[in-house]
Design a protein around this ligand. Structure first.
Ligand code: HEM
Length: 430
């Protein structure tokens, strides 16, 4: 089947001006998407700030076709991330350059490598859990943010000692400012311009990474050590600027996303006491299925984007012009009863013993740009939750579910995934 033809056929959609659609998208993101789907069907066209004219997809066959189309047909939609993460960031690259970098970055995140990081995650989890209060409600998100930050600093940056302490201070405000600058059209001029602060922090960051590169153990297990050893097909290695940009990208992509998913896991579990009781038996399969179901029902990234690279790209029922943007609504496909029967019900058993279809269960996106840290994040979430269930009794609640709150990179539970815990007497601090 050819995917190229000349006549454009776009799905229907609202005709309100961009500012009006944008205000709606900002204030009512998920409800807005659900309404548009109810009115126009599984694909519709929107006109919103940042993404401009874009087709939103939620049909499984069309999503699969998009994810499996080569970069000559659809590729990265760069939404200013190169300005903040650097020009070598995975998020700024497309075509062959993206493929080349991905080939080097994938191996450190796979298979046996992950086992070496489990211990780091467990240590960071135990360190944080030692501070949890008993019997009073508290938000778990700040703890989850510290665990995932520290785990990335140690496992990915290979940071210990002074560099670890300095990066822990510098990176959270640096990434927050960077994500604001990525979406706000602020020119780089003027004395009190936030870009100045951002560039000062970037220089500090680069200087710390330089020290880490100088100290790196060539036989080390951390991702930085492996990136320093790795070679392109022509024998050349990654340059210092490439390494700085990629490490910052890995942190930005992997820190808040994993922490917010963990906070949602706490939020969901407390509202499902029967599941909590079943999980106490230390059943890894059910725990893995629970993580899949948390990510299905509370995806922390709700859209992933591509741009059409050739005129007349035929995508399912539609023919799109070159330059048009395509957004995959992760939230809408996860919500669809035809794809996940009784989709509104939180039921991890739907995944027990079955791997999800990776073009339908898509919290990590899909295809050649699927999340590079998916296996790392899955390992990390399993270690944190297993440790939590081993150390604490999580007290159930009948309070209504927490609402979604946008933190810039990811959607978090609005009250931070509040928990009440009791320490188990046999938990141990091993
Ligand atoms: C629960 C946690 C996470 C979620 C929900 C998540 C989600 C995503 C999504 C939706 C994408 C875009 C995929 C697409 O466009 O098809 C992505 C890309 C990416 N993620 Fe994650 N992510 C998580 C954790 C991580 C971690 C821990 C790392 C690394 C340490 C990471 C590194 C990346 C990178 C480098 C990309 C860009 C891949 C590329 O462009 O080729 N992510 N992630």
């Amino acid at each position: 089947m050819t995917t190229m033809t000349s006549a454009v056929t776009l799905p229907p959609g609202p005709t309100a001006p961009r500012a009006v659609q944008g205000a709606y998208a900002l204030t009512q993101p998920l409800r807005g998407m659900r309404r548009l789907k109810a009115r126009y069907g599984s694909a519709f066209t929107v006109n919103v700030p940042i993404f401009g004219n874009a087709v939103v997809l939620s049909d499984p066959a069309e999503i699969k076709q998009l994810f499996t189309s080569g970069p000559d047909l659809v590729d990265n939609l760069e939404v200013n991330l190169g300005r903040v993460l650097g020009p070598h960031s995975m998020f700024a690259l497309s075509g062959d350059e993206h493929k080349r970098q991905r080939k080097l970055l994938v191996p450190p995140f796979h298979g046996k490598r992950l086992a070496a990081y489990e211990k780091i995650v467990e240590e960071e989890t135990l360190r944080e859990f030692a501070t949890w209060p008993e019997g009073t409600a508290f938000a778990t998100l700040p703890s989850m943010m510290r665990i995932t930050l520290n785990a990335i600093l140690r496992a990915v940056f290979g940071a210990e000692g002074a560099e670890f302490a300095e990066l822990r201070e510098l990176l959270p405000p640096f990434v927050t400012l960077g994500s604001r600058l990525a979406v706000a059209p602020i020119p780089k001029k003027g004395r009190f311009n936030p870009w100045r602060r951002f560039e000062r922090m970037r220089r500090e960051y680069d200087a710390i990474v330089d020290r880490l590169i100088a100290k790196a153990d060539p036989d080390g297990d951390d991702v930085l050590a492996m990136l320093l050893q790795t070679r392109y097909d022509d024998g050349s290695g990654l340059g210092r600027d490439e390494i700085c940009d990629q490490l910052l990208t890995l942190l930005t992509a992997g820190h808040e996303t994993t922490a917010t998913t963990l906070a949602w896991a706490v939020e969901r579990l407390r509202r499902h006491p029967a599941l909590l009781a079943e999980l106490r038996t230390d059943d890894d399969k059910l725990l893995d299925a629970t993580i899949l179901e948390v990510q299905r029902t509370r995806p922390v990234i709700d859209l992933t984007a591509r741009q059409v690279k050739q005129d007349g790209f035929r995508l399912g029922r539609w023919t799109l012009p070159r330059g048009y943007n395509v957004l995959v609504s992760i939230a809408l496909i996860h919500d669809d009863d035809a794809v996940f029967p009784h989709a509104a019900t939180f039921d991890p058993h739907r995944f027990a013993g079955a791997r999800p279809d990776l073009y339908q269960w898509i919290p990590f996106g899909g295809g050649t740009r699927r999340c590079l840290g998916a296996a790392f994040a899955t390992m990390e979430m399993a270690v944190v939750l297993r440790t939590l269930l081993r150390q604490f009794t999580l007290v159930p609640t009948t309070e209504p579910g927490e609402r979604r709150h946008s933190r810039g990179v990811a959607y978090a539970p609005a009250k931070g995934g509040r928990a009440v815990v009791r320490r188990r007497s046999t938990g141990g601090d091993a």
